[in-house]
Design a binder for this molecule. Structure first.
Ligand code: PHE
Ligand code: NA
Length: 455
């Protein structure tokens, strides 16, 4: 009766697809920005604490839920807790879809910049170029009538690529795409690091990146940002990892795969940090300014500060620029693909819909939602939605997930399931992380954010 569930052809295919989802714009654009905003190396401490306390445990949990209940987030949550729990899964994928609506536009910016890198078209005033020429940002946040045409076209391309991959399904689409994109992405990253660290002044930038300023650790905002980033960067709370794990064959490792995916993701961020801060160090050297001045110049790290640094490179400007923006595109696409799949699989499970029809619907809705960010008012809304959805989407969903799985459901069922298939056995530490540490931290995060927003 029921159609056989698709599955991954190989373990590597699943692992690479999950890594592809995790490694995204967040690892390049957001991570670098957060590090510089939060006092350089000081940020790395809460970041790795968040990874080990909440990130990996939740990755294991999401893999376990998807694998055990063999369904997308809504279907799995329903099997876990009953009818009353399905909405948590819908909330997760809806939040994810809302993120993807602006995320695909940022990939679009990267495509535009990739095409511009051949001539370094951004010129000297990279800020004016980004906000004025590319985004055509208006002073009026309600200016939805005017479009930034190139951004709109690039966004259409991004959605078309998402459609093409997900339409073809798990093995022929997502698995194949990541088998190609992931090695390419790591290669691009390594090229960028080598280019950066061989520049004069790079070491000062890297020193700034790695030197922890312990005095900053007392500021709870840094911790908040770190836990928020871990959620975002590991693609948690969006139903993605649940959906991807639901396509695993029965005899598949969970805990070890979760470790591999989480560590590979954060290793990538850490690695790219050398490229970002090495390049910024060079920029400080070239302009004879202090590294903290260069770094603090602008929030548009990838699209304003970086192009400026690219202009100043002593050699290989065009090549490095092309590699950088291509890396952004590749990182972004493998993530947006995963979210389109998470929503599509939810529709397939719920309505017994054909894959193709589900993907058509998700891509159409997603694209229509993207349009607002391609208008001249787009950037204002992107900032607002980014913040709002990260907390009231991902973080809240994460909290609901752990409450449902660890408190309302019998966590030992999931634990036994994990330990029956995994190389690494999860012990007491996992119970403690999922039952106490994670819900507590997520709840605190939400409360602090609500308070911060009200005052
Ligand atoms: N993990 C992704 C990143 O860090 C976030 C993301 C995943 C966003 C899937 C959208 C869709 O960039
Ligand atoms: Na990705």
């Amino acid at each position: 009766m029921a159609m056989e569930r698709e599955n991954w052809a190989t373990r590597a295919g699943f692992v690479l697809a999950a890594i592809g989802s995790a490694i995204g714009l967040g690892n390049i654009w957001r991570f670098g920005y957060l590090v510089y905003k939060n006092g350089g190396g000081a940020f790395l401490i809460p970041y790795f604490v968040a990874l080990f306390v909440a990130g990996i445990s939740l990755m294991i949990l999401e893999f376990a839920i998807g694998h055990r209940f063999r369904g997308s987030a809504p279907a799995s949550m329903r099997k876990l807790g009953g009818r009353g729990f399905e909405w948590i899964g819908w909330w997760a994928v809806t939040g994810g879809l809302i993120i993807t609506m602006y995320y695909t536009v940022v990939i679009g910016w990267a495509i535009v910049y990739f095409t511009k890198s051949l001539t370094l078209a951004w010129g000297e005033d990279t800020g004016g170029y980004f906000f004025g020429t590319v985004l055509q940002l208006s002073d009026n946040p309600w200016d939805f009538g005017g479009f930034a045409t190139e951004v709109l076209i690039a966004t259409i391309i991004v959605w078309a690529l998402n459609w093409l991959v997900d339409f073809r399904g798990i093995r022929k689409g997502i698995e194949k795409a990541n088998l190609l994109l992931m090695p390419l992405l790591w290669l691009l990253a390594v090229i960028l690091v080598i280019r950066a660290v061989t520049l004069p002044g790079a070491m000062e930038g890297i020193e700034w990146y790695l030197k922890p300023d312990f005095s900053k650790l007392g500021d709870y905002n840094i911790w908040l940002a770190a836990f928020g980033q871990i959620f975002f960067t590991l693609s948690l709370g969006m139903g993605i990892m649940i959906a991807y794990a639901s396509y695993l064959p029965e005899k598949s490792d969970i805990a070890n795969n979760a470790f591999i995916v989480s560590l590979a993701n954060c290793a990538f961020s850490f690695l790219v940090g050398f490229a970002v801060f090495g390049t910024l160090g060079y920029m400080a050297y070239a302009t004879q300014s202090d590294i903290s001045d260069v770094v603090a110049q602008s929030v548009g790290l990838a699209f304003v500060v970086f192009p400026k640094a690219l202009n100043m490179l002593p050699a290989l400007k065009v090549f490095t620029a092309a590699v950088f923006f291509l890396a952004l595109v590749v990182a972004g696409l493998s993530s947006s693909i995963s979210l389109v799949e998470a929503v599509s699989s939810a529709l397939m499970d719920k309505f017994g819909m054909e894959r193709r029809k589900a993907v058509n619907i998700v891509v159409l809705v997603g694209f229509l939602g993207s349009i607002v960010y391609t208008t001249k008012a787009g950037l204002y809304w992107l900032d607002v939605v980014d913040h709002f959805i990260n907390y009231y989407g991902l973080v809240l969903v994460g909290l609901l997930e752990v409450i449902a799985a660890a408190w309302l459901f019998d966590l030992t069922v999931l634990k036994n399931h994990i330990n029956s298939v995994s190389e690494i056995k999860v012990g007491m530490w996992w119970d403690l992380a999922v039952k106490f540490a994670t819900p507590l931290i997520l709840a605190v995060l939400l409360i602090l954010d609500i308070r911060g927003n009200l005052t």
